[in-house]
Design a protein around this ligand. Structure first.
Ligand SMILES: [Zn+2]
Ligand SMILES: [Zn+2]
Length: 402
């Protein structure tokens, strides 16, 4: 069957009359993707378009035009780059166009915005969990404000606010917190922090404590705080490490930062991100994709499967996925419902990549309170690539996470 775009082109080219239209059966809205089968972002879009075509048959039509093999439509529509997606309403009128990679979620959101019913797609769009399987019943004081892990009472770190206090699982999460505050005045912030004295269990000002800085089996730093230096020295005999004051601890903790959101991060917890000849870090899998957006450079990411630690390698080219190993890898977009009912990111600690959907499923089973949805790695990248420099500057900052 000839498609409405072909018809539209034919009308423009040879001047068909309106009568021709009247004889046609009822039309559907239509998405036309103008690209080339050898362009990398177009290749990434091809399976998405194929999927949409099947899944939303009867709701909207999908057509791909290879403008390298067939340049006329590209000229006709005055496209500036490939891929370009043009959305037509049921009457054949262009209602929206987008340039560059456009993910499945974005395409469906656009149709919805344009008033097209896209409910009830037939194929599964991956795992979606809008309501927790089990509510998080832990008391708030026992959960870290930043990472959501259980707080060991011996490491409890407290930040006093105007009216409330924030409980953190240890000094490391405090430095993540500090690096997440927009325009933080570090001296003023530090005056609000207390750490737990390992020896007595009572809170002491963080800036005056002595820190025993050791290392766990994975090479990840461990930090124990002491009010009294003699007690720290004694502990050092059974638990090796260096004794540090607050200023040195801060400079060590703040030395490695996320190349996207600038949060403090331990390399052991981070994704490796290579850009040019530089090796940096993404504090979470989604931040690692964001490095391409922030630096406007191609990146190579080594992420670990959230369940098994298996490596997932992603390379980008011009802000699109150039290669993905393994090809079955999927992403989890941890989200929570905001006060206004809109879904927002649940933050860096709730994101992950997995070598396949089965691993994601197992990871979710162990996290009954988690909400969010499965997305493609391409979508995780696309979500970052569409951010403005202003949004990137505020990325992952407290109260700014989107
Ligand atoms: Zn924490
Ligand atoms: Zn980050």
């Amino acid at each position: 069957m000839k498609t409405s775009l072909h018809r539209t082109l034919a009308i423009l080219a040879i001047g068909w009359t309106a009568a021709t239209w009247a004889a046609e059966p009822a039309k559907l809205p239509k998405l036309v993707d103008l690209g080339a089968d050898k362009c990398i972002p177009c290749k990434t879009m091809a399976p998405i378009l194929e999927g949409l075509k099947k899944e939303y048959a009867g709701k909207f039509d999908v057509e791909f035009i290879d403008v390298w093999k067939n340049p006329a439509p590209g000229k006709q529509y005055k496209i500036k780059l490939i891929p370009t997606q043009i959305f037509f309403d049921a009457s054949g009128k262009e209602v929206f166009r987008h340039e560059g990679f456009f993910g499945k979620e974005d395409i469906l959101a656009k149709w919805k915005e344009l008033g097209v019913d896209v409910t009830g797609g037939t194929a599964t769009a991956g795992i979606v969990r809008e309501t927790p399987v089990a509510a998080d019943a832990r008391p708030r004081e026992s959960v870290c404000f930043m990472c959501d892990e259980n707080v060991n009472p011996k490491l409890r770190t407290v930040v006093k606010g105007q009216s409330e206090q924030r409980i953190l699982c240890g000094p490391h999460c405090y430095f993540i917190y500090l690096s997440s505050i927009v325009g933080a005045d570090s001296k003023a912030e530090e005056a609000k922090v207390s750490v737990t004295d390992w020896a007595s269990g009572s809170l002491v000002p963080a800036t005056t404590a002595h820190y025993l800085y050791g290392m766990d089996a994975k090479g990840r730093p461990t930090i124990q705080a002491f009010a009294d230096k003699a007690a720290a020295t004694k502990q050092q005999q059974s638990s090796p490490g260096n004794l540090l004051g607050w200023d040195v601890l801060r400079s060590k903790e703040m030395a490695t930062r996320c190349a996207f959101c600038d949060r403090a991060v331990y390399p052991e917890d981070a994704c490796g991100v290579k850009f040019g000849t530089t090796h940096g870090h993404g504090c979470c899998t989604h931040c690692s994709m964001g490095v391409a957006a922030r630096l406007k450079q191609d990146i190579e990411v080594e992420a670990k499967d959230g369940l098994t630690g298996e490596l997932i390698r992603v390379k980008t080219l011009d802000g699109q996925i150039a290669s993905l190993e393994p090809a079955t890898a999927v992403a989890w977009f941890g989200q929570k419902k905001g006060a206004d009912g809109k879904w927002v990111s649940a933050g860096c600690f709730k994101q992950g990549f997995f070598v396949n959907e089965a691993n994601l499923q197992k990871w979710l089973e162990a996290r009954p309170a988690m909400t969010g949805r499965q997305i493609t790695i391409a979508q995780a990248l696309a979500d970052k690539m569409k951010l403005t420099p202003e949004q990137i500057a505020k990325a992952c900052k407290l109260g700014e996470c989107q």
